[in-house]
Design a protein around this ligand. Structure first.
Ligand SMILES: NC(=O)c1ccc[n+]([C@@H]2O[C@H](COP(=O)([O-])OP(=O)(O)OC[C@H]3O[C@@H](n4cnc5c(N)ncnc54)[C@H](O)[C@@H]3O)[C@@H](O)[C@H]2O)c1
Length: 414
């Protein structure tokens, strides 16, 4: 079997995928691209592999590198731009979060994927954590009954790492994102487990706080989305970078009982890999049957050498399997990716409109896309034009230049 020749764009988060290549004999790491020349040279020196080609310009990389597929670990607001170019060039795409930054890009990305044979896979790794994968298996096997309610939580107090993440750049996407933007780590796993589409969202934004001010970030400290699914069930998604404690947690309620992961905020990151069930054997039985266990599979040990509780492994492993011809490989396609992101994008639109519920379109239906074709609203002035929205609903907080100067000095990465 021919190896999949992989190109990787972005060498910070992209390092995780670079490391993965050494673990999968189906992959050949063929090219690496980053506009950050020093970072690129550091990776070249580390890998010491003359067969890998290095590029500091994306268009040159795409035109010249001998690759079948591209990992996009560039800025979270520029994935669609690059994904569309890759797909149009016939390259398979593995896109980091988020898939797009506005509705107009969502239309263009959907159409590019539909008009191509290239595979698009969304790298929403939190879906592949041990607990959501097990919850998906149990739900699809009928062990929970009908889905009625669920919660997804992704809190990451990023203050300690913010200098390295944003390098004191006031306009870094992380400083300009709104509270509901980075939503797919909490929404995604619930949709992945249930296979249900979101149809309506009401958004909330937690207030700007002193932590966000110290970080130079310009949004509410966290976002909340209350999402109605196609079967009428509701899920709650909460996520943010400005809260005091980290927490990852997923919970589902079905007509036959409940199932949830451990909660990072009280059990630490290892606790998240555990599942807790209280399930009836049939609808209406209603007995307490508490069971806790760590789900494992044939890949658990191998996966655990990778980040985010091993989820980084499954996500890209499945992408390579899909390219290698495994039709049922468990990847997240473009429609699912947008279903995971629209609740945040449109949830913030709800916030900006006083909390009104907003319909979530089904992009599988070409007619549903039409009204969004020119909807460029986002927080990047160069992309939004006249549809620019503020990163905080109560007005973009002014941050003194000294905050960014101090962060730039503190940054150890670049
Ligand atoms: N799934 C996860 O758990 C997870 C974790 C961390 C980051 N991420 C995602 O990974 C992506 C990258 O985040 P990051 O933390 O590395 O920070 P980042 O966004 O600051 O870094 C992006 C990197 O891409 C490079 N880059 C930007 N535009 C480029 C272009 N046009 N061509 C070539 N290189 C370009 C930058 O120089 C930088 O090195 C983001 O989308 C983020 O959301 C995901």
């Amino acid at each position: 079997m021919n190896k999949v020749k992989l190109g990787i764009v972005g060498v910070y988060r992209g390092k995780s995928m670079i490391n993965y290549c050494a673990q999968d004999c189906r992959v050949k790491l063929a090219a690496i691209c980053d506009i950050w020349k020093e970072g690129l040279e550091n990776v070249r020196a580390e890998l010491k592999n003359d067969e890998i080609k290095f590029y500091d310009n994306f268009d040159e990389f795409l035109a010249n590198a001998d690759i079948d597929a591209v990992v996009l670990a560039n800025y979270a607001t520029e994935h669609a731009l690059l994904a569309i170019k890759c797909i149009n060039a016939g390259k398979h795409v593995y896109s980091e979060v988020l898939p797009v930054q506005n509705m107009a890009e969502a239309v263009k990305l959907t159409e590019a994927v539909e008009n191509s044979k290239a595979i698009y896979a969304y790298a929403e790794n939190y879906c592949y954590m041990a607990a959501p994968r097990e919850m998906k298996r149990a739900f699809r096997a009928g062990e929970l009954g009908k889905f009625e309610y669920g919660e997804g939580e992704y809190f990451h107090n990023c203050e300690a790492g913010w200098a390295d993440l944003t390098y004191g750049d006031e306009n870094h996407w992380r400083n300009r994102m709104y509270a509901n933007f980075y939503c797919t780590h909490s929404v995604g796993p619930l949709l992945y487990i249930t296979g249900l589409r979101p149809v309506k969202v009401t958004g909330f934004e937690l207030p700007y706080n002193e932590r966000m001010a110290r970080m130079g970030a310009k949004s509410g400290l966290a976002g909340i989305e209350m999402i109605t699914l196609e079967n009428g069930a509701v899920i709650k998604s909460v996520h943010g970078v400005g809260i005091s404690k980290n927490s990852v947690w997923f919970s589902v309620y079905g007509s036959k009982g409940t199932m949830e992961s451990g909660r990072e905020a009280v059990q630490g990151s290892e606790g998240v890999n555990k599942v807790y069930t209280n399930l009836d054997r049939y609808d209406g039985e209603c007995v307490e049957r508490f069971i806790a266990y760590n789900p494992v599979d044939a890949f658990t040990v191998r996966a655990n050498a990778n980040g985010h509780g091993g989820s980084d492994f499954y996500s890209i492993y499945n992408f390579i399997s899909k390219i290698s011809g495994e039709k049922d490989a468990d990847v997240i396609d473009v429609y699912e990716a947008l279903d995971m992101f629209f609740p945040g994008l449109l949830g913030y639109r709800s916030v900006l409109n006083g909390g009104v519920p907003i319909e979530i379109p089904d992009f599988k239906n070409p007619k549903a896309r039409e009204k969004y074709r020119n909807d460029t609203a986002c927080t990047d002035p160069a992309v939004a034009g006249e549809q620019l929205i503020p990163s905080y609903s109560k007005g973009v907080p002014p941050v003194p230049k000294a905050v960014y100067d101090a962060l730039r000095k503190k940054c150890n990465i670049r």
